[in-house]
Design a protein around this ligand. Structure first.
Ligand code: GLP
Length: 242
């Protein structure tokens, strides 16, 4: 694992955007793994800024796979991760919505959602670069502490901590869904390059556990230690406990 301590969140965003752009320049039909949450937003803004300035690569052939999705929101809900990724990134890069995928939260077909999403990712040739944030309890995507290190896409119940963390996006805790579909840790580990970004003091302990602690289900992000090509970009507050 390569840990890159930087100073500011802006530097993290610029470097993360560099990595993603370099991948798309190398392989124009790159498969990008995308994350939600607030941490990637400056990276997404940087990619869109460069694209609009004519400085970025073409994204016409790129395909994107989201890490996770809420279950129980009405289709098109503004907090759905498919809608969020389109709004925050892929529309701005001119990527056709048909090339952006997420786990299917249709409640009538939940039983097969995991298997179908895994097949879709494999069918696309697998993820070239997977952007990741980290939860304050060390979760990756929605793999909460205790998740199997070999898990694949499946239905999960959110912890009270994660629902509280994400309440800011919904206006109140009661509106945060209780269930989600998430890529598993095993799914994430199949991506060819993992790019974890963390900013702010609130992530310092989770980052230290992920990078320096034992590989353990109690800190799902510690699976990065098992990957042959993992990069961790940190601002100064997020690196403070290393
Ligand atoms: C959610 C997402 C994760 C993300 C985490 C941290 O739980 N499912 O993918 O890493 O939030 O979010 P933030 O970047 O807002 O701290």
């Amino acid at each position: 694992m390569e840990v890159v301590p930087l100073t500011t969140a802006e530097q993290v965003a610029v470097l993360a955007a560099d990595v993603i752009e370099a991948q798309v320049r190398r392989t124009p039909a790159a498969v990008l793994g995308l994350a939600t949450g607030s941490t990637p937003l400056p990276t997404y803004r940087e990619l869109i800024r460069r694209h609009r300035a004519g400085a970025g690569p073409s994204y016409d052939e790129v395909r994107c796979f989201n890490l996770d999705e809420y279950v129980g929101l009405p289709p098109g809900h503004e907090q759905s991760y498919l809608v969020t990724i389109a709004r925050e990134l892929t529309d701005g890069l001119g990527i056709d919505p048909g090339r952006v995928h997420g786990p299917d939260p249709d409640e009538d077909r939940l039983a097969t959602a995991g298997e179908r999403y895994e097949s879709l990712i494999v069918g696309a040739g697998g993820v070239d670069v997977q952007l990741l944030g980290i939860g304050s309890d060390g979760h990756l995507a929605f793999n909460e502490p205790g998740s199997s290190l070999a898990s694949l896409t499946r239905l999960k119940t959110l912890t009270a901590q994660t629902r509280a963390d994400n309440a800011r996006f919904f206006g109140s805790l009661e509106k945060v869904p209780r269930h989600v579909l998430t890529q598993g840790l095993g799914t994430i580990l199949r991506a060819r390059h993992l790019l974890l970004i963390a900013t702010g003091a609130g992530k310092a302990e989770a980052v230290a556990a992920a990078v320096e602690g034992p590989v353990s289900a109690s800190c799902p992000a510690s699976v990065l230690q098992l990957h042959r090509h993992a990069t961790v970009l940190l601002d100064e507050p997020a690196a403070a406990a290393l």
